[in-house]
Write a protein that binds this ligand. Structure first.
Ligand SMILES: C[S@@+](CC[C@H](N)C(=O)[O-])C[C@H]1O[C@@H](n2cnc3c(N)ncnc32)[C@H](O)[C@@H]1O
Length: 356
């Protein structure tokens, strides 16, 4: 027996991987973008149902956990300033994309899963002086859930500065007092995830490199800090955005005696914490978009593991012992190893690991 979950705004299934790692069975997924669906299919052998707004609630099966990285555009800083300049509404007044959040509320009310996991840009928490998030939280409370949230920077576990808000809720009657896991800094370094052989096509052309340098100089003259970001190989990168495909300017890799290069899609997957087994069957353009939109898998894994132990600590049949053992064997000092220790100590009944 395992717990069942649904994967909304599934993207390429970064969140799904995290919940599957703890024995979860995905029984429904929805994603509107055909290229993301292609990547999803290659990795999970399943084509997600399309536009969630067109899906009848009866088509969505009953489930234990709802997971959703709902689209962040209307809340993100770039989205807000663009909408302001076009005189368009934004935040929860916005008629189009924001309503996707209400679709989540509708599903929670109708299907009553035990728990949910949502992910979004950090700015969601601060948007409109915190009003937007208060509305979101109230809607989730009114749908019957105790809710807590935390902004976490993925740079604890991957060499990328990426702050996201994670929102977790449990049905009120379960009386679960969830606390987020803590992360100790594993001092990730970009250098360690770089590929040794990189095709020439990733090196910036003279034209683009000249343009980026003069743009940065102009911004500097105006007193702004905008412009390309040359990565420190011994440190972490800026946040990978879904626009990275445009010129790669936010994360450039210095090279000896030549123009800098952009990250390859595989390196992008690595700074998002995807394993090298993850298949990217799409163009570089689509791969950059998909990864920039996705989640940092090890961060979600740690939260997912903790959610599952809180949900099923009295039900050893559901606690997925087997995957835990595999993780423990393969990763002594890694994040996953730490995760297992936390989970075991949280369980009320001891889990017999040695005999399995
Ligand atoms: C922030 S991304 C989530 C990525 C995902 N968490 C992952 O791990 O890859 C939001 C996703 O929602 C999808 N989306 C936007 N509108 C949608 C809709 N109406 N129905 C289904 N999916 C939609 C987008 O195509 C995008 O892939």
């Amino acid at each position: 027996m395992s717990f069942k979950f649904i994967d909304l705004f599934a993207g390429i299934g970064g969140t799904r991987q995290a919940f599957e790692a703890f024995g979860g069975k995905c029984i429904f997924s929805s994603e509107i973008d055909e290229f993301a669906c292609k990547t999803y299919f290659e990795n999970f052998n399943e084509i997600p149902a399309g536009d969630i707004t067109k899906i009848n609630l009866d088509e969505i099966p009953k489930h234990d956990v709802l997971i959703a990285g709902f689209p962040c555009q209307p809340f993100s800083l770039a989205g807000v300033s663009k909408r302001n300049s076009l005189g368009r509404p934004h935040g929860l007044d916005c008629e189009d994309k924001d309503n996707l959040f209400y679709k989540i509320i509708e599903i929670l009310k109708k299907k009553e899963p035990k728990a949910f996991f949502l992910e979004n840009v950090k700015h969601l928490y601060f948007h409109d002086k915190g009003q937007t998030y208060q509305i979101i939280k109230k809607q989730l409370n009114d749908a019957g859930y105790d809710v807590c949230e935390k902004i976490i920077d993925a740079s604890f576990v991957v060499p990328q500065h990426r702050e996201r808000i994670y929102i977790v809720g449990f049905k009120k009657e379960l009386k679960i007092k969830f606390t987020f896991p803590t992360f100790s800094d594993s001092n990730p370094q970009l250098r360690k995830i770089l590929e040794s052989k990189v095709e020439e096509k990733y090196t910036l052309s003279d034209k683009l490199w000249t343009y980026l340098q003069s743009y940065k100089q102009k911004q500097k003259d105006k007193g702004n800090g905008f412009g390309y970001g040359m990565a420190n190989l011994d440190g972490i990168t800026r946040t990978l955005s879904s626009r990275y495909y445009k010129d790669g300017a936010e994360i450039l890799i210095p090279q000896n005696n030549k123009n800098p290069r952009r990250l390859t899609p595989r390196e992008c997957a690595r700074i998002m914490g995807f394993s090298d087994n993850f298949k990217m069957p799409v163009s570089d353009h689509q791969a950059y978009r998909q990864l920039g939109n996705s989640v940092v898998v090890p961060i979600v894994k740690k939260i997912a593991g903790r959610m599952i132990i809180y949900l099923y600590k009295n039900d050893p049949l559901v606690i997925p012992v087997l995957p835990l053992i595999k993780l423990q064997k393969s990763s002594k000092n890694s994040l996953n190893g730490a995760e297992i220790t936390t989970m075991i100590s949280l369980g009320e009944r001891p889990l017999i690991l040695a005999n399995r």
